[in-house]
Design a protein around this ligand. Structure first.
Ligand code: URP
Ligand code: ZN
Ligand code: ZN
Length: 452
């Protein structure tokens, strides 16, 4: 039988194992896995891995921060960079205006994304303080395909504990999945004020105003409230051992609590904030990047399965935007770019060093994010799944820099990092969108994933 396309002779890597076989695609789906399959088009993957397309459930494209500041990747440039790094599905966010219904805000966000995306995408619905008065809209948002709900314990969107309780109850009642930014805002505000009053205005005071222990406290509190309500909870961008311990303790009790970390916490340390001028402001993100010991603890947590996934929290701001906060670290727009390097860099630092197995790499970057976020047909190589596939060349070397990456931003926190292993060819629903490292996709070819 002839298939549309067959990837031949590669080593298939899934969360469950790795083995040599061909993968056949018919239309948009994986149609067969086996030996000596034949297709109208055949791609030779000898000496390469064939993985599921990577899944990044935490990104912020063209995210407005106010005063004209907006994250620098739009839905085209950001998804193109994602694809070039082997990511074929993302989840971004809907942030309703105070007077806007959740469903109207979803339609508005889709109108921004649909013409631009080159890979498939979903959206998390944000429940901020203004949404607490409209929690009866949660079922409609769920029906419209937003089955996950973002809650903040920091920033203007933050919920107090009573509001958190109400939001978690509403998400529980529709069978949704809450995801949370856990930090202790009151303590952060107090420490920021104290540091600024003492003339400590440089970026190095950003992590020193957001202690790891208080990130742990906030995560523990959120977990306790979720357990009381009886709902799963996913902790975003875990930066430290204090949060890992809370997640692990909850899971030991059988609670459906999960956590993710991100490349910035796995590759950088807080020394980056000591760089002079705007350089020290560039890596500002929240939670902050921490000491080497925290980085080591996060790798250990991934290795032991105490953290369930790696996302990016991709949220780039330009040098000019970052410079707005020089003189007051608390005004530096928070967020860093990582969307293109995540999948290959985790292979390089994780798998090549022996910290992670091939299966753990794929599980953390593809399979578990897809499963937990309800992305049906994504994140695995199995018959009937979407033919989102990466032919990954473990030998290809790349030096990360603004010259070699495709994110729409004039810096990268990984400048000069030399890694080995990079996507050679990327398929999205059977279509080759990256071939030999060249981007071939068209804006608007990606689809909104109406999650169930
Ligand atoms: O500083 C960060 N992480 N910015 C992106 C928004 C968020 O908190 O996830
Ligand atoms: Zn966050
Ligand atoms: Zn984020």
């Amino acid at each position: 039988m002839n298939y549309d396309l067959v990837i031949k002779n590669g080593t298939i890597v899934t969360a469950a194992g790795h083995y040599q076989a061909d993968v056949a695609v018919r239309g948009e789906r994986i149609a067969a896995i086996g030996q000596d399959l034949q297709g109208h088009r055949e791609l030779d993957a000898r000496g390469k891995y064939v993985t599921p397309g990577a899944v990044d459930i935490h990104v912020h494209m063209q995210m407005p921060l106010g005063e004209g500041v907006i994250s620098a990747d739009d839905f085209f440039t950001g998804t193109r960079a994602a694809a070039l790094g082997g990511t074929t599905t993302i989840i971004d966010f809907v942030e309703p205006e105070p007077e806007q219904s959740m469903v109207d805000a979803l339609a508005a966000r889709r109108a921004e994304a649909d013409p631009k995306v080159v890979i498939d995408y979903g959206l998390h619905m944000t429940i901020g303080p203004a949404e607490i008065a409209k929690l009866e809209q949660v079922p409609a948002a769920y029906e419209a395909g937003c089955t996950s709900f973002k809650l903040y314990m920091a920033y203007g969107f933050r919920l107090n504990d009573g509001e958190l309780l109400q939001a978690l109850e509403a998400v529980r009642d529709v069978g949704g999945w809450p995801v949370i930014h856990a930090e202790n805002w009151d303590i952060i505000q107090t420490l920021i004020a104290r540091n600024l009053a003492a003339g400590r205005t440089e970026p190095r005071w950003h992590p020193r105003s957001r202690p790891a222990a208080m990130e742990g406290e906030a995560a523990g509190r959120a977990i306790d409230i979720a357990a009381y309500v009886g709902v799963p909870l996913h902790i975003f961008h875990v930066s430290c051992q204090a949060v890992v311990e809370r997640i692990h303790a909850a899971r030991e009790q059988g609670l459906p609590i999960t956590g993710e970390t991100c490349p910035q916490y796995l590759f950088l340390t807080w020394d980056a904030y000591d760089a002079p001028g705007v350089e020290g402001a560039l890596p500002v993100c929240s939670p902050p990047i921490r000491e080497q010991a925290e980085q080591d603890a996060l790798w250990q947590a991934l290795s032991r399965g105490h953290l369930q996934m790696i996302t990016t929290d991709h949220c780039p701001f330009t040098r000019a935007d970052k410079a707005r906060g020089l003189g007051d670290f608390s005004q530096i727009p928070g967020g860093v770019p990582s969307i293109e390097m995540r999948f290959p860099a985790i292979y390089w630092r994780g798998v090549r060093s022996g910290l992670l197995s091939l299966e753990q790499w794929v599980n953390a970057c593809c399979t578990t994010p897809a499963r937990l976020a309800g992305l049906e047909g994504k994140g695995d190589i199995a018959i009937g799944y979407d033919a989102d596939l990466v032919i990954f060349d473990p030998d290809q070397r790349r030096t990360l820099s603004t010259e070699t990456l495709h994110e729409n931003v004039d810096w990268t926190p990984y400048e000069g990092l030399e890694i080995q292993g990079w996507p050679h060819t990327v398929l999205s629903r059977g279509e080759i969108i990256v071939e030999k490292g060249d981007f071939l996709g068209e804006p608007g070819r990606g689809r909104f994933i109406h999650r169930q």
